[in-house]
Design a protein around this ligand. Structure first.
Ligand code: ADP
Length: 442
C-alpha cells in the first residue's frame, strides 16, 4: 500500500509540474486540458482492470488470474500467490482429513461422530454395519432416530458414559454390541461400538453348559439316592425291592458313568496346552475294526455296509479318531430303526480325506443341524436318553476334528436319513508312498 501511495504521489507531482509548465506556456485552459486528459486515461485504465477482476471473480481459479498493467499487475500477482497458498493449505487439510478417515475406516470398532444436537456428522463403515447406517443417506440425522432402542436413547440422555452399554439387535443387524460414548470438544460426542456377539454366545454356551451338567447329573442321582434310601429304610421288603431297584440303579449309574466319561473326554480335548498326538494311523484298519464293533452293537438289527475306497493313513491321534468315528457310528445305529441301512466309508474327496457314516434313519430337520455339536443339544431328548445317549457325542466329534484342522459336515432329511462326514485336511494324509518315506525317516 505504501508503494501504491508513493507511485500515485509521484504521478500527481509530475502531472502538477507538467500542468504548471503548460499554464506558463499556453495558459490555464491548456493546463486543465492536460490534467483532465491524464485523469480520464487513469479512470479508463482502472475501469478496464476492474472489469477484468469482475470477470475473473465468476470463476476464481489461480490459473485464470488476469494479466494487469502498472499497479494492477502487482495486485493480480499478489492475488495469484494468495490463491495458490490457499489451495495448498486446502489440499493439506484434505489429505489430513483423508488420513483420519482412512484410519477411522480401518478401525475394527465402529465410530460415529455426533454434533452438539446428537446428529451424525461422520461414521466409519464398521459403524454403518453395526447400526445399519448409511453415511451418505444418514449424515445430519439424529442418532436416536436411527438407533431406536430405548436403552440407547436413555444412555444418551443420562450423560453418564463411564460404563459401556450392551445393545442387542440394532436396526438391520443381529449384532450384540458394546457401545460407549466419549464426549469431546464443544459438546460433541464420539460413539464407539464393539461386536461382542461371539463373546456373548460363548458366555451363554458356558452358562448353559454348567446348568445342563447339573441338570443331567441330578436325575440319575435322584433315582439312585431315592432307591438307596428306600432300601435302607424298609428292611423287611429287602429281597423284593432289591430285585426291582437294582437294575434301575445300575442303568442310571451306567448312564452317569458314560456322562462323566464323555465330560472328561471333552475337557481333555478342550485343554489348550494339549495338542493331538501325531501318530501314523492305519485308518483302513481302524475303520474295519469299527465296522466289526458296529455289527456287534447293532446285533443284526441293521444292514451295515463297509466302503473302503482308499488305503490312505493319517497323521493323527488314533485314540481321538477312534472316539470321533465311533460316536458317528453309534449315533447312526441309535437313530436308525430296525432293518435300516448304514454305510461306513473311508475315501478321498479331491485332496481331502473323508470318513462318513450314512444311515437311513429318522433324519434331522434343517433348523437343528447348526446346533447339533453344542453340548447336550438333542433334537429329541427322550429318544436320546432311551438309546443311551449322553448329548455329548457330536461335541466330542467336533472338538477332535477341530484339533486335526478338519470339519464335520451334516446332510440330513427328516424321515429319509443322515450323512455325517468327518473331513480331514490333505496335509494329514499319508498316501502309501509317503507312508514309506515317513517310516524310513522315523
Ligand atoms: P446323543 O448322545 O443325544 O446322541 P450327540 O451329540 O451324539 O448326542 O447327538 C446330538 C443329537 O443329534 C442327538 O440327540 C440326535 O438328536 C441328533 N443326531 C445325531 N446323530 C444322528 C443321526 N445319525 N440321525 C438322527 N439324529 C442324529
Amino acid at each position: 500500500m505504501k508503494n501504491l501511495w508513493g507511485a500515485y504521489f509521484i504521478i500527481f507531482v509530475v502531472l502538477g509540474l507538467v500542468c504548471l509548465i503548460a499554464w506558463g506556456i499556453a495558459g490555464a485552459a491548456a493546463a486543465l486540458g492536460i490534467a483532465a486528459a491524464v485523469l480520464v486515461l487513469l479512470v479508463i485504465h482502472h475501469v478496464r482492470h476492474i472489469a477484468l477482476l469482475r470477470g475473473w471473480l465468476r470463476h476464481p481459479v489461480p490459473e485464470a488470474v488476469p494479466q494487469g498493467r502498472g499497479i494492477w499487475d502487482r495486485i493480480f500477482a499478489e492475488l495469484y500467490r494468495m490463491l495458490r497458498r490457499q489451495r495448498q493449505s486446502e489440499s493439506k487439510l484434505t489429505a489430513t482429513l483423508e488420513d483420519f478417515q482412512q484410519a477411522g475406516a480401518a478401525m475394527p470398532d465402529g465410530l460415529v461422530i455426533l454434533n452438539a444436537a446428537d446428529r451424525i456428522e461422520w461414521c466409519n463403515p464398521v459403524a454403518e454395519q453395526h447400526f445399519g447406517l448409511d453415511l451418505a443417506r444418514d449424515v445430519g440425522q439424529s442418532i436416536t432416530f436411527l438407533v431406536r432402542q430405548p436403552q440407547f436413547a436413555e444412555y444418551l440422555r443420562n450423560q453418564d458414559y463411564s460404563e459401556p452399554l450392551t445393545l442387542r439387535q440394532s436396526r438391520g443387524s443381529d449384532y450384540i454390541l458394546s457401545v460407549q460414548l466419549v464426549p469431546y470438544g464443544d459438546r460433541q460426542k464420539l460413539v464407539t461400538s464393539r461386536d461382542i456377539t461371539d463373546f456373548e454366545r460363548v458366555e451363554t454356551i458356558r452358562r448353559d453348559f454348567i446348568a445342563n451338567v447339573s441338570h443331567e447329573l441330578r436325575t440319575p442321582l435322584t433315582v439312585l439316592c431315592g432307591f438307596l434310601e428306600t432300601i435302607s429304610e424298609s428292611r423287611n421288603a429287602e429281597g423284593e425291592l432289591l430285585r426291582r431297584s437294582l437294575p434301575l440303579m445300575t442303568e442310571q449309574a451306567r448312564r452317569m458313568q458314560r456322562l462323566v466319561e464323555d465330560l472328561l473326554t471333552l475337557s481333555r480335548l478342550e485343554s489348550s496346552h494339549n495338542t493331538p498326538r501325531e501318530e501314523r494311523v492305519d485308518v483302513p484298519n481302524l475303520v474295519r475294526a469299527l465296522y466289526h464293533d458296529a455289527l456287534a452293537l447293532s446285533s443284526g438289527r441293521h444292514r451295515i455296509v463297509l466302503d473302503l475306497a482308499c488305503e490312505d493313513w493319517l497323521l493323527a491321534s488314533e485314540e481321538e479318531l477312534r472316539s470321533a468315528f465311533s460316536n458317528l457310528i453309534s449315533n447312526a445305529i441309535r437313530y436308525t430303526p430296525e432293518r435300516g441301512e448304514l454305510t461306513i466309508s473311508w475315501r478321498r474327496r479331491l485332496a481331502e480325506a473323508v470318513f462318513s457314516v450314512r444311515d437311513t434313519g429318522i433324519g434331522i430337520a434343517p433348523e437343528h443341524i447348526s446346533r447339533l455339536t453344542e453340548r447336550f443339544y438333542r433334537v429329541d431328548r427322550s429318544r436320546s436318553r432311551e438309546t443311551g445317549g449322553t448329548g455329548l457325542g457330536l461335541a466330542i466329534v467336533k472338538h477332535v476334528l477341530n484339533r486335526h484342522q478338519g470339519r464335520l459336515e451334516v446332510e440330513s432329511e427328516p424321515g429319509e436319513g443322515s450323512t455325517f462326514t468327518a473331513v480331514l485336511p490333505a496335509e494329514r494324509l499319508l498316501a502309501p508312498q509317503s507312508r514309506e518315506s515317513v517310516a524310513k525317516s522315523a
